[in-house]
Write a protein that binds this ligand. Sequence first.
Ligand SMILES: NC(=O)C1=CN([C@@H]2O[C@H](COP(=O)(O)OP(=O)(O)OC[C@H]3O[C@@H](n4cnc5c(N)ncnc54)[C@H](OP(=O)(O)O)[C@@H]3O)[C@@H](O)[C@H]2O)C=CC1
Ligand SMILES: CC[C@](O)(C(C)=O)C(=O)O
Ligand SMILES: [Mg+2]
Ligand SMILES: [Mg+2]
Length: 331
Amino acid sequence: MIQKYYDNDVDPSAIAKKTIAVIGYGSQGRGQALNLKDSGLNVIIGLRPGKSWDLAKSEGFQVYEVAEAAKKADVIQILIPDENQAAVYRSFIGPNLTKGKVLMFSHGFNIHYGQIVPPEDVDVVMVAPKGPGHMVRRTYTEGMGVPALIAIHQDVSGNARKVALAYAQGIGATRAVVLETNFREETETDLFGEQAVLCGGITSLIRAGFETLVEAGYAPEMAYLEVLHETKLIVDLIYEGGFTKMRSAISNTAQYGDLTRGPRVIGQESYMAMQEVLEEIQNGTFAKEWILENMVNRPTFTALTRADEEHLIEEVGSEIRAMMPQFKNKR
Ligand SMILES: NC(=O)C1=CN([C@@H]2O[C@H](COP(=O)(O)OP(=O)(O)OC[C@H]3O[C@@H](n4cnc5c(N)ncnc54)[C@H](OP(=O)(O)O)[C@@H]3O)[C@@H](O)[C@H]2O)C=CC1
Ligand SMILES: CC[C@](O)(C(C)=O)C(=O)O
Ligand SMILES: [Mg+2]
Ligand SMILES: [Mg+2]
């Protein structure tokens, strides 16, 4: 049975008097740092001069160059993009990662694929929220939290789990639930989820549905409302109460179509593609491809991103959202 933790399982003294350096002030960095600060913890930010630096300062943090922040900190949480972590670690963090410190991640990519190899005399842990950074912040301000995973890669002090749990409490995760896993399992499931389902799977499904309707002569606005806008409303029901709750809210006609036609769309071929995607994650092919892609300044990433940004669904989407008052502050 997977180990689960809530507020009552936490010993807050594990980090109460420590200095936590959050390296990066982007999606996770900002969300986690603000929550930790509001939880009364001592947080500093490590960055390079630029936009994030100015934002973190304007939001009340002491901001330092990465090396200086790592030097001052007891706990160093690396929240810059995965593809930048190894170089920043080598130049600025590693040299300041002295005995007894805690190195922390929110994703296991660099440890699992051997891009960062920490010294043996530090604790290495993960606290990985299962949700985007802005939701980490938003749910915390609403009195709840996003669930998170913890994992222990090195426990020299014997306190690594306590530190990870106290940090998870600081970002609000123990208000939801914290589950314990290991670096391999987090890395491989997270990559699989974002590639095959949450990001890659869902955008491909929506794009294919949109293109099918538009190519058949239906208005792009109709196609957008049907396959993109309504996706959120249906997924919200699945999120709240599983397939059963969603199916109780849709018509019987929709339910019959869902049960009989859905498996034709996501059929044997899709299962096989998912298995392939998973194998490429497990055997390091994806990690290697992504590391090399960054070494040549991301030509594939740039071209594919541009193609999707220029897709008709994006143009129609902004027009339709502009028609609806609830999207006014979201653009
Ligand atoms: N995005 C998410 O919601 C989730 C992310 N994660 C994990 O969290 C980690 C952070 O991801 P995410 O929040 O998306 O990252 P972001 O892309 O949002 O990080 C951007 C931040 O990193 C800073 N940064 C980038 N490069 C450098 C550098 N060389 N030196 C100093 N600062 C730098 C940027 O500063 P500047 O303005 O100067 O560029 C900016 O503040 C990753 O390991 C990711 O896998 C885990 C769960 C969810
Ligand atoms: C789903 C994408 C994610 O894994 C996340 C927000 O959890 C990420 O890497 O950003
Ligand atoms: Mg994730
Ligand atoms: Mg991820």
